[in-house]
Every structure is written in structure tokens, then in C-alpha cells.
Design a protein around this ligand. Sequence first.
Ligand SMILES: [Zn+2]
Length: 356
Amino acid sequence: MIPNFFFRKEMAEYDLGSDHPLRPERLLQTVELLRDENAVEPIIPEPASRKHLQLVHSDEYINAVIEAGSSRGDPHRFLKYGLGTGDVPIMPGMHEFCLWYVGGSAAAAQAVLDGERLAFNISGGLHHAQRSLASGFCVYNDPAIVIAMLLQKFERVAYVDIDLHHGDGVQALFYHNPNVMTISIHESGETLYPGTGFTDDVGTGQPHCVNIPLEAGTTGDVWLDAFRHVVPSVLKRFDPKAIVLQMGCDPHFTDPLGHLNVTAQEWLEAVRLIKSVDVPMVVCGGGGYDLRNVARMWAAACMTLEDIEFGPELPAKWQRELRMPSYFDASLPVPRERGRAYAERRIQELQERFEI
Ligand SMILES: [Zn+2]
């Protein structure tokens, strides 16, 4: 049984419009699949407090989010905060809704502060929000709030982001703090939102921001090799006392938002590598826009991290529901060896910058 899994149904009670790719079903399906595997009985967390938000966001911005969600006035005046765009539409009660997912992450952080080794909030991982700016489906940056909380006890905290997209918001919020190492492996900003996260982006002072950009089309074998060549070595040098893992599953080869070709088992291998660092960890969700993947990949990751055996076949009900036979993609034809030359150049640059 996964002991510190924080979830409440309100986290999935939002409506960004029928065309918006961030579907609430992803959360409900993951919890239900884990329940069917007898792997979880969620703990219901409290909503976050303003104090949690203030750890990384400005008062001006928090007030703007509150006002945008309750106002009948001209929505254009919130555009300077990134609110009311196609990515972050304004919805009534948006501040109150966001307190649910931030509350889940804050509860997971508190569990680790209280001595637990591992805690989960799959509704979190909204890594694009900046101090005073909503961006990329993200209003409040819960992984950054988790990091700020963990720093109250742990001297050095590492953030590992395996989402398709660069974890730009988290990086920006700790760009000047060498006690936080941010690591992000993602599709290059040359071809994908948010357009950032290159290898020369290392933070101020002692280099502590690690970016592994990969070109569009890169296959999972190359993705995993790049991860293996860089991440364990930089983590070893940094010697984190706690880790925050953002486990976006949108690098998957069927995901509609990007152009990486990672399989479920390659992605899971990266999760295993982070587990082997063996320090207290808070695990958040993140991106993932093909509903055939999200529940099975996140359930597999949670069970892997807790040493619960599973699969490879999905429970029969879920084979029908997801129209997928397995937690893994072994039987599907996927391309190999694409993006190798680009990845090797990036690895070399990082090896020089970080002396690994
Ligand atoms: Zn993403």
C-alpha cells in the first residue's frame, strides 16, 4: 500500500473548456487504477494556505488570481499576469480550485518534513508558473512551493523534471539559489513551448541548473541514454538531501503535444534511477495528454517507487478502458536511434560545464 498519497476529488473538479488538453479524467483514472491494484487509499489533504503561495508568488499576483476568478469586469486587465490566455483561461473560482492541488503538494512536502521517505501528489507538478505569471496551464507553481518547504529542513534539494517540456518556472524561481539543483530533460525550446532550457542555462553562481534539451523526434533509447549520462553524475556531485520529482508523462511517443518518442518502460527506467538515489522524495504529476498513457504510467511509477509488484498486463477492466494491454509498450513498433548526434553534443556540453 502506498502510504502518503494525497488526493481529493475536488482536484479533478475543473473545467478549462472542452478543447483544453489538460483533462481532469487523468487524475481520477490514475487513482482508480491504483485502487483496483489495491495499491492506494488516498489521504485527503487540506487546501493550501496563502502562506504556502507566498513562498514563491508575489502578493500582487495572488490577489490578481483571486480577483480574476471572482470578477465580472474586463478580463483583459489580467493578461499581464498570464491569466485569460488560451493556455490559462480564467475560470470562476480558479484561486480556490488551485488551492486544492497546491494543498496536495504542501501535504506531501509536510509528510517528508515529518520524516516520511516518500509522498505523492499526482495533481501537482505545475512547473511553468512564475513568481507573478501564469503560463502553460499552470497558475501556482506547486513543485517550487514544495522545494521552498523542504529547504526549511534539508540543506540541499534537487528537482528532477522528466516532463516533455522544460521546467522553466521552477528553474526561474531558484535560478539564484545554489542550494537547489534543477534538472530538466525535455524537447528543445527550438521546437516546443516554453522555448527555454538550453545547456548554457546553468543558474547564477555555482552552476546548479541542468538542462538536457533533445531535438524533435528523439527516441526513448537516446532520451534514456542522455538521462543516464548526465543525471546520476550531477546528483552525486550535488549530494541532495531531498528530491522533488516532476513526472510528466508527455515525452511518450503517442502524446499529442510534443515530438519525443519515449516508451512507458524507458520513462519508468528514469523514475527507477531517481529512486536509487535513496533520499526522501516528493513526487508530483505533470503533463500527459494521451489518456491511454497517463493512468498506467503514473500508476506504474507510484508502484515502482513503493516497491509494489505489478503487471506487465493491466487489469482486464483497464485493458478495455484504456484500450491498452499492458503497463509497457513492448509490443508496439517504435522507432529507435533518432536524435543521437544532437543528444551527444548536449551531453558533452554538460559534461564540460558540470565537470562530470
Ligand atoms: Zn509537459
